[in-house]
Design a protein around this ligand. Sequence first.
Ligand code: NAD
Length: 490
Amino acid sequence: MANPNEEIKYTQIFINNRFVNALSGKTFNTMNPVTGNSLVALAAGDVADVDLAVEAALQAFQYGSPWRNMDASERGLLLSRLADLVQRDLNTMASLESIDSGRPFRDSVRDVKHCISTLRYYAGWADKIHGSTVPTDGDLLTYTRQEPIGVVGQITSWDYPIAIQAWKLGPAVAAGCTVVMKPSSRTSLTALHLAALTAEVGFPNGVYNIVTGDGPTVGQAIAAHPYIKHVSFTGTKEYAKSVMEAAAVSNLKKVSLHLGVNSPVIVLKDANVDEAVQIATHNEYANHIFVQEDIYDDFVKRAVEAAQARIVGSPFEKGVRQGPQINENIFKRVLNYIAVAQKQGAKLECGGNRVGDCGYFVETTVFSNVTDEMKQAMDEVYGPVQSIIKFRTLDEVVKTVNHSWHGLAAGLVTHNIDHALYLSRRLEAGTVWVNTWNTVAPQAPFGGYKRSGHGRTLGYEGIGQYLETKTVSIMEPSTPSHYCNGIAGA
Ligand code: NAD
């Protein structure tokens, strides 16, 4: 059951399985996007708090610690039991997510369920991560070990917070790493709840730590920490650059980046228009839709009908499909995009205004006659604004879409298998969805081409980033004459 008044129990930093104040005693307020008022005060971590969290994670990673002595199968069991606790707290966590982010409750429920399935998926991997034997020349026995890289830093964005936390926690813990995590300062509540569950389920002290606070302080301290071996960052490319710089200057730590999305949906003329509109608007509202000219007018008409039927409001109201923007900055940015689009000659078909006079609600907005030179066709809008762009041929749409700096994903709507294969091979995107949209599965790698990032999360590739490969070569003792030759050739 949705609970708009869900109690916010956890507001502090989480280190060594305990909630503690920031060393400075400082706090910051998170905002309620529905009202624009302050929601709750959270501990404002600083560099010293990150140092403490890293120290705890380092201790937990020492040889001989309960974590390092634990069987891999036991790690899997912990993840599986963590998933059980998230299932138990499903309504609490989904309510917290909606209160914090303004996401409609049914979408929050879907995200928490995605968190559960991701944890279960990685629970299964924990005791299946193994190296191989290698047929080296001579009498060497050579094998590889897949070892956890050590303490990892994880920084997440304000959107899909609980899902993305699981994308990072699951593989890192399955691999045997220890973690210092920073949730977005705009949406930290479910992250802290999940941390409490890691303690309840029996994660040893220091394995999973969370430092709340702002990006330039806490995020930067994680990226720059000399004892963190890998930092996994989800957010904008602007801050990704600071993370990469800090990672390079501090200790050349590995970096994986999960960045901006302005993924297109491409609707071919053979598509059923109603089905295509449903795919592009039903769950996640697609921003950039390329429609083949033969069905363009029909598509625009029905996309407008779908937009006007979309109920905008508080995440707990019945039937609501679209909540507020996360904060005032993003709200203003979306309205600015709408103003610029009109100036550049796009045709406003519906929406375009603020909804109500409090909080950060924007009407569901549809533009037609958008050309690919226009600002909102090229940039990430991050709001409920749809730009519908006409194209004629498959090669033309490939060229336009690939011209973008981004390449996280692309959607295709067509029942022509030849066209689906032709386009999916040529599009520069980490994922191509055909006749579906935004269906991210724990089992399948997910990540971007070009400026949408590097590295993959989810699937087995999601674990790979948290592992080091060690090669062990042993000269077999029964053939002592090979000792010198073998080693000299190494
Ligand atoms: P953001 O870059 O503003 O913040 C992301 C995180 O980085 C936050 O935790 C923030 O506090 C922290 N941060 C800010 N400055 C930092 C610094 N100097 N050093 C280290 N950390 C710092 O992004 P956002 O607005 O929270 O998230 C939206 C963005 O995330 C969008 O661009 C969206 O496309 C992207 N995103 C990508 C994926 C993906 O899988 N590729 C998924 C979700 C969101």
